[in-house]
Design a protein around this ligand. Structure first.
Ligand SMILES: C[S@@+](CC[C@H](N)C(=O)[O-])C[C@H]1O[C@@H](n2cnc3c(N)ncnc32)[C@H](O)[C@@H]1O
Length: 294
């Protein structure tokens, strides 16, 4: 069984934002996502930060993150700098940047991010099918390395595999659903001996069981954070809201109050080698502090 059919059906029912994903700079992306109160990167930030601090028990030195569906480097910006998604919306939405060219935005951002204080103990590799978005993020210094690839239908080159060999933590927000078990299978076979933790925020409308089974074949145990949901964004239209409620009910998931009110909710899954999961069960890993909606 694969996820393809279910994922495609849900994606067809969601508001289509594909035209925003691969522009020369993030202004249009931010302008539109702000309207939907897209906030999952900010909500996820404390969870990723806690995982990074836990990993220090296992890994010395710089922790290397791989951000799946990294887009313009949003998660990297939040984790490296003291920023929230609202700060990025304000930054890329500044009136004085409206008529700037993408090259001017890039120059401006190299200086802007270059002057901010920065976590020196993490590096971020970004992976996204959106070539222009990852190039932008790499150029302005948000990403330390970038892979512009669609693992759903392409294969990793040897050079790309070599880049992945330093990864300690794979993370994603808003990406599962666009990527399926196919992408995870290719990534896991590229990792070879190393066993990074894999942390995904996944919309409740998307099943995670097939990805979980795929990861299990590589010795991974997946835990879902029970009893906690994270706001990803508001639905764009009433039509999207009712379609999403319908998709949840089709999967026999009773919509929550916030979903009925028009929000899309994500859940958190962490997949780790069995020994790591046994030593640090998810139930003891996160506190209420990391689980607050931003
Ligand atoms: C909703 S955006 C999320 C971006 C970012 N993670 C965030 O939360 O701000 C989804 C991202 O997934 C990317 N994407 C879509 N299909 C993909 C694929 N097959 N492989 C990698 N990335 C993909 C898009 O280009 C886009 O950047």
């Amino acid at each position: 069984m694969t996820h393809d059919g279910i994922f495609d059906e849900v994606n067809d029912a969601k508001v289509d934002m594909a035209h925003l994903y691969d522009q020369a700079d993030p202004r249009a992306y931010c302008r539109e996502l702000k309207k939907f109160d897209y906030k999952i990167p900010s909500v996820a930030k404390p969870v990723f930060k806690k995982l990074i601090s836990c990993m220090r028990r296992y890994r010395k030195g710089t922790i290397c993150l791989l951000d799946l569906g990294c887009s313009y480097g949003v998660n990297a910006a939040l984790l490296k700098h003291d920023l929230s998604i609202t700060d990025l919306y304000d930054h890329w939405g500044q009136q004085r940047l409206v008529s700037a060219t993408p090259t001017e935005i890039m120059d401006y951002d190299q200086r802007f991010f270059g002057h901010l204080s920065k976590a020196s103990d993490i590096e971020v590799i970004g992976l996204d099918v959106a070539d222009k978005a990852v190039s932008f993020a790499e150029e302005v210094g948000l990403l330390d390395d970038a892979l512009s690839i669609n693992l759903e239908n392409e294969t990793l080159t040897d050079a790309a595999k070599a880049k992945l060999r330093t990864v300690d933590l794979v993370m994603s927000t808003g990406c599962v659903g666009y990527i399926t078990e196919t992408s995870f299978d290719k990534l896991l076979s590229a990792f070879r001996g190393q066993k990074p933790w894999i942390a995904n925020f996944v919309l409740r409308v998307f099943p995670f069981d097939v990805i979980e089974k795929t990861l299990k074949q590589y010795g991974y145990v997946t835990e879902k954070l029970d009893g906690k949901t994270f706001v990803q964004r508001k639905c764009g239209t009433n039509e999207e809201r009712s379609q999403m409620l319908g998709k949840l009910r089709q999967r026999r998931i009773e919509p929550m109050e916030k979903e009925i009110d028009g929000y899309l909710l994500a859940e958190f899954y962490i997949s780790r080698p069995k020994s790591d999961a046994l030593m640090d069960p998810l139930s003891g890993l996160l506190t209420a502090r990391e689980m607050q909606d931003a």
